[in-house]
Design a protein around this ligand. Structure first.
Ligand code: UDP
Length: 387
């Protein structure tokens, strides 16, 4: 097989690199371990209801990056879906992310924006200095009572890690608003692919210069696109797990994995919303997804619906990695792996994506990062001496 570039992994990072390299006239071979491309954004119709289900958890596309928005619109249209989430606490439903509606419902009050800000500021006054971890960051944003109601239990389930050991950035993903705007994301552009993720992702790889080898493990020997066959011969963009590439030389990096429990319910609407979080730790799952609500514009059956309960736990060998845990130990290991990554450069191997860099990346971030690699590194990678 002739290829100018091997891309390992076909998630949004790998697909973007492959598509852009092919558009520049390179022949690209994508090597994918799973039996489908698209990484965790993959979706498919539920066999019993026909409702599009995101196989690896809810994927909501949003970005403020104009270049990324223009880029993704080459492959798919987007609906006008706007993500909204609610959360159950002590048997009562509140809007998420925390906004004026949440504050007033929680405190049984009718505060205006300034009064609510003052209240939260007073409740956050116990903190001095820069917030150093998730707990401090959350308290600085919403005060202790709201933190304890809506964040502590949920975070305990999601991470099983002391919130003072989690990085502040994890909670920074959630906006806090002193208006009644309960949109989940602040970004300029948002929507779901009109005819589904599978169609979008498949189109990205649909190029005469791109081949996709499914169910092929790059790190396993004995095939013509394995690491041992191509390393030093053909440039490689590797988006698989960074620790696995190096045989866990510095130890395995910690990940959270998710378990999904699917149920078909004989009703046209189970919960009236796409996502219901469960903030309290007496409920074992973190949230229930009801996928029909992601596409209100579609004609779905009105007598059944598919729901998915989402459970979170530490990943063990063989589990799908979802969220990097990023403890201080993990960060130390990552630094050690980054030195090995530098050495692989001379062999024409570049690392990228969520697994390849041990970084939580939203879809738009993975795409932006891939476009940067193509802008800044592709020529050098292709030009590595001897390749
Ligand atoms: N979070 C929370 N309560 C919620 C939703 C989120 O405490 O109801 C916190 C929790 O620590 C979580 C983080 O915010 O890990 C990021 O949430 P997000 O919804 O962005 O997580 P994702 O959808 O990516 O799993």
């Amino acid at each position: 097989m002739r290829a100018d570039l091997v891309v390992v992994g076909s998630g949004l990072f790998g697909l973007t690199v492959a598509e852009q390299a092919a558009a520049r006239g390179l022949d690209v071979a994508i090597v994918e371990r799973r039996n489908h491309l698209g990484g965790n954004a993959w979706s498919e119709p539920d066999p019993d209801t026909g409702i599009e289900v995101h196989r690896y958890g809810a994927h909501l596309f949003h970005t403020s990056n104009e270049r990324v928005w223009e880029y993704v619109n080459r492959f798919t249209g987007f609906t006008d879906y706007r993500h909204r989430v609610w959360t159950v606490h002590h048997g009562e439903v509140f809007p998420m992310p925390i906004n004026l509606g949440t504050v007033n419902q929680f405190f049984r009050a009718n505060h205006g924006p300034q009064a609510a800000r003052d209240l939260v500021a007073a409740q956050a006054a116990e903190l001095t200095g820069e917030p150093k971890n998730l707990e401090e960051k959350a308290i600085s944003l919403i005060g202790r009572p709201l933190y304890e109601a809506f964040v502590r239990g949920y975070t305990a389930k999601q991470w099983q890690t002391d919130p003072t050991d989690l990085p502040a950035e994890v909670i920074s993903r959630l906006p806090v608003r002193y208006t009644y705007d309960n949109r989940y994301f602040n970004d300029r552009f948002e929507g779901l692919p009109t005819d589904g993720y599978a169609a979008w992702l498949t189109r990205m790889a649909d190029h005469p210069r791109i081949t996709v080898e499914l169910e092929t493990d790059f790190l396993a020997d004995g095939h013509e696109l394995s690491r041992e066959s191509v390393r030093g011969q053909v440039p490689v963009v590797y988006t698989g797990p960074i620790d696995r590439y190096f045989g866990d030389a510095h130890g395995a990096l910690g990940w959270r994995t998710l378990d999904f429990e699917r149920e078909v319910v004989a009703t046209g609407d189970f919960q009236g919303a796409p996502v219901m979080n469960y903030a309290d730790d007496d409920v074992p799952f973190t949230r229930i997804l009801e996928f029909r609500h992601f596409h209100p514009e579609r004609a779905y059956p009105d007598d059944k619906t598919v729901i998915v309960r989402e459970f979170s736990r530490f990943a063990e060998a063989g589990d799908e990695p979802y969220y990097p845990v990023n403890t201080p130990d993990d960060r130390e290991r990552l630094l050690a792996y980054r030195e090995l990554v530098e050495q692989e450069r001379s062999q024409g191997v570049a690392f990228g994506g969520r697994l390849g860099t041990y970084q939580y990346l939203d879809m738009h971030m993975a795409i932006a990062s891939a476009l940067r690699l193509v802008d800044n590194d592709l020529d050098a990678l292709i030009g590595v001496r001897g390749l």
